[in-house]
Design a protein around this ligand. Structure first.
Ligand code: SAM
Length: 354
C-alpha cells in the first residue's frame, strides 16, 4: 500500500448523522465527507438533498468495518434519549436501546482505529447512573487506544443566539496531547470583565435583553432557550420554548423552523425536504425534532479547525502504510497504551491522565 500523502484532503466519516450538523461544520472547515450513517427516513432525505454523492448507510448495527471508508476523523452524537435529564424519570443510560448504540460505534472504532474521534451528547451523559455511564464511554475509548478529553461547550459562544450546552468528547489514537490541543485554548481573558460599556451604559445580560420592533414586533429574547426535539403541536412543556411576541396585537408565536435553523447555524430551509408532504404540521414536526437533536454547525466547525494541526502531526507520526485495509493497526494496543487513571473527575471538562 502506498505511503499516505500528508497533503491528501482531510476526510471525515459521520455516524448518527441526523441532518448533518457535524457534516456541514467539517465541510466548512474543508474536510471531505467520506460517508454518513443515519437510520431515520426523514433525516436521510435531508442528507441526500445536501450530499447526493456521499455514500450512506442506515442502521449502524449492520455496518461492518469493511463498509467504512478510511477517514481521518469520525464524528457522531449517539442517541441521547436514555441519558437525557429532559426525560424526567429513571434513565436507562447506556443499557438503553438507543444510547446503547454507543457500543456499536465503539465496535467499529475498535476495528478501524481512526486517528481522531469526536462524540457529542447532552450533558446528562455526565450524570447518568451517577457518572458511571460517562466513565464507561471514556474507559472504552481509552482501552481502544485513545487519549481522551471532554469539554462542555455552549453554542451561544459560537456566534448563534441560543444557549445550548453539550458535552464534546475528543479522542486521538495513541496520542495523549491531541484532545487538549483541540478542546482547550491556551489564551485567557482578563479577570475583570467591564461592568459598563464604553458609553457608560450598564452591560445588560443577553438573557435580559429583547430584540426587535417594540411596537409591531416580533420581539424575541437576546438568547433563545436550548432547542429540543419536539413536535409542531403544543405539548405541555412550553415553559422551555422561546417565543416571538407582537406587542401591538398581543399575538405570541413560537420560533418557526427557519428561525430554529438559524439559531443552530444552518442555512435557511436546510431541513425542508425537496419534495415536502402536503401535511405542513407533519413536516414542521420532523423539522423541529431533527433541529432539536442537531449539533450546532459553528461548534462543529470550530472543532474541525482545531483538529487540523493535530491531524497534520498524527499523519507524520503515525503513517498508515502498513495497516489493515488502510485502517489503523489493530493489534498490540494493550501493551502500548495503558489508560491507568482514566476519568479523574466528571466535571464539565477533563482529560484522561496516562
Ligand atoms: C442526537 S441525533 C444526532 C444528530 C446529528 N449530530 C445532527 O447534527 O443532526 C442521533 C441520530 O442517531 C440516529 N440513529 C438512531 N438509531 C440509529 C441507528 N441504529 N443507526 C444509525 N443512526 C441511528 C437518529 O435517527 C438520530 O438522527
Amino acid at each position: 500500500m502506498p505511503q499516505e500523502s500528508y497533503a491528501a484532503p482531510l476526510t471525515v466519516a459521520s455516524f448518527f448523522s441526523g441532518i448533518g450538523g457535524f457534516d456541514l461544520g467539517f465541510e466548512r472547515a474543508d474536510y471531505k465527507l467520506a460517508m454518513q450513517c443515519e437510520i431515520d427516513k426523514y433525516c436521510t432525505q435531508i442528507l441526500a438533498k445536501h450530499w447526493p454523492e456521499v455514500k450512506r448507510f442506515d442502521d449502524i448495527k449492520s455496518l461492518s468495518s469493511a463498509d467504512v471508508p478510511v477517514s481521518d476523523v469520525w464524528v457522531g452524537g449517539f442517541p441521547c434519549q436514555d441519558v437525557s435529564v429532559a426525560r424526567m424519570g429513571p434513565r436507562a443510560g447506556l443499557r438503553g436501546r438507543r444510547s446503547g448504540l454507543f457500543y456499536d460505534f465503539a465496535r467499529l472504532v475498535g476495528e478501524c482505529r481512526p486517528r481522531v474521534l469526536v462524540i457529542e451528547n447532552v450533558t446528562g451523559l455526565l450524570s447518568s447512573h451517577s457518572g458511571r455511564d460517562f466513565q464507561i464511554v471514556i474507559r472504552t475509548l481509552a482501552e481502544l487506544g485513545y487519549g481522551v478529553g471532554w469539554r462542555v461547550l455552549n453554542s451561544r459562544y459560537f456566534g448563534v443566539p441560543q444557549s445550548r450546552q453539550r458535552v464534546f468528547i475528543v479522542g486521538c489514537y495513541r496520542d495523549g496531547t491531541g484532545p487538549a490541543e483541540v478542546l482547550f485554548e491556551p489564551e485567557r481573558r482578563g479577570r475583570h470583565v467591564a461592568a459598563r460599556r464604553q458609553d457608560g451604559e450598564a452591560v445588560v445580560s443577553p438573557f435580559k435583553k429583547s430584540l426587535g420592533d417594540p411596537v409591531e414586533g416580533p420581539v424575541v429574547p437576546g438568547i433563545a432557550y436550548c432547542l429540543y426535539a419536539c413536535s409542531a403541536r403544543h405539548t405541555g412543556t412550553d415553559w422551555s420554548r422561546t417565543y416571538a411576541v407582537y406587542p401591538k396585537t398581543g399575538r405570541v408565536r413560537r420560533l418557526m423552523p427557519t428561525e430554529c435553523e438559524a439559531i443552530q447555524g444552518f442555512p435557511k430551509d436546510w431541513t425542508l425536504p425537496s419534495d415536502p408532504p402536503q401535511d405542513v404540521e407533519r413536516v414542521d414536526t420532523l423539522r423541529y425534532t431533527a433541529l432539536g437533536n442537531a449539533v450546532t454547525v459553528p461548534v462543529a466547525e470550530w472543532l474541525a479547525d482545531r483538529i487540523k494541526p493535530v491531524l497534520a502531526r498524527l499523519r507524520k507520526e503515525q503513517p498508515r502504510a502498513n495497516s489493515v485495509n488502510g485502517h489503523g493497526p489493530v493489534n498490540g494496543l494493550a501493551t502500548l497504551w495503558s489508560p491507568a487513571n482514566a476519568v479523574a473527575n466528571q466535571g464539565e471538562a477533563g482529560l484522561l491522565v496516562r
